[in-house]
Write a protein that binds this ligand. Structure first.
Ligand code: ATR
Length: 278
């Protein structure tokens, strides 16, 4: 390639997943780049699990500078990285790949995205009683970042008693984490309730006992869009003083990826406003 063509070469980024066509990441990163006047491409790239290793090598050979990773690859992609950050190891998930000369370094920006979004919204965690609903991958990724904010107590609950139990075992010694079943929450009251279940994607909510939120308490959902509706309705029943969806976290985690790749901090509020007026 000649020098002129090299100069015109656009940095390539993308998000890999299956399905991935619905992803808002291409739009978010296009808005970030536009605000900085940076010329880059960011595509949604559908990859089947069986093809992941070969396609990642190909993306590297094709010169991609950074990749976001979404379902179903977040847990397995770590084994295909040259190195993985400590926070991604703890979360058990990689959602951001940064190129090296010979491969990819895996990181996780979801936890930092959650923490930044809670701060942006003025939702306190320090000294608060916090309930995390769900005990899958999304909940696992949220636990260490939440414990780092020093809640009075963090309760993780799900229908299945063994999943929260396993998480409590895994995060032993990292903070005041208590496993629970939804049913055993009866009579408890929390300052902040975070929904990390995937029930909203099927239009539902876990069955929960009685009132669980203190007066003036907040509800926060890791889901957004249609998947947020069932939790929003439940939060209203709980008379939540404040209920937020996970769109802010999505934009915040994207901003952390952008910083890792390009060393620039995007204006999250502006991009969030653009997405909400869509
Ligand atoms: P992810 O890995 O994205 O977090 P997941 O593991 O499929 O998604 O689901 C996360 C949580 O949502 C699980 O803990 C699951 O609850 P149980 O542990 O109680 O099974 C919860 N979940 C999913 N669908 C649900 C539903 N229809 N009702 C209640 N809880 C549900």
């Amino acid at each position: 390639m000649g020098a002129a063509a090299e100069l015109r070469k656009i940095s390539r980024y993308g998000v890999i997943g299956q399905p991935v066509a619905h992803s808002l990441s291409p739009r978010i990163h296009a808005l970030f780049a536009k605000a900085f006047g940076i010329d880059l491409s960011y595509e949604a790239i559908e990859i089947a699990p069986a093809d992941l290793a070969a396609r990642l090598q190909q993306l590297h050979a094709d010169g991609y500078s950074g990749i976001n990773v979404t379902l179903p690859h977040k847990a397995v992609v770590a084994a295909l990285c040259e190195g993985v950050s400590e926070r991604a190891q703890i979360a058990g998930a990689v959602n951001c790949l940064k190129r090296t000369d010979s491969g990819w370094i895996g990181d996780n920006t979801d936890g930092e995205g959650l923490v930044r979004d809670l701060a942006r919204l003025g939702i306190a965690v320090a000294g608060q009683r916090v309930l995390l609903l769900g005990a899958g991958g999304a909940a696992r990724g949220a636990i260490d970042p939440l414990l780092a904010l020093h809640p009075k107590e963090l309760v993780v609950s799900s229908r299945n008693p063994w999943k929260p139990e396993a998480l409590a075992e895994q995060f032993k010694g990292r903070g005041p984490l208590r496993p629970c079943t939804h049913l055993a929450l009866k009579g408890d009251h929390y300052d902040l309730i975070i929904n990390a279940t995937s029930a909203g994607h099927a239009g539902g909510m876990p069955r929960l006992p009685g009132p669980l939120l203190v007066e003036g308490g907040s509800c926060y959902d890791l889901s957004y869009g249609k998947a947020h509706a069932p939790f929003a309705a439940w939060a209203q029943q709980q008379s939540a003083a404040k209920t937020d969806d996970g769109l802010g976290m999505l934009v915040e985690q994207a901003a952390v990826s952008f910083e890792i790749w390009l060393g620039k901090s995007p204006d999250v509020e502006a991009v969030l406003a653009a997405l909400r007026t869509r």
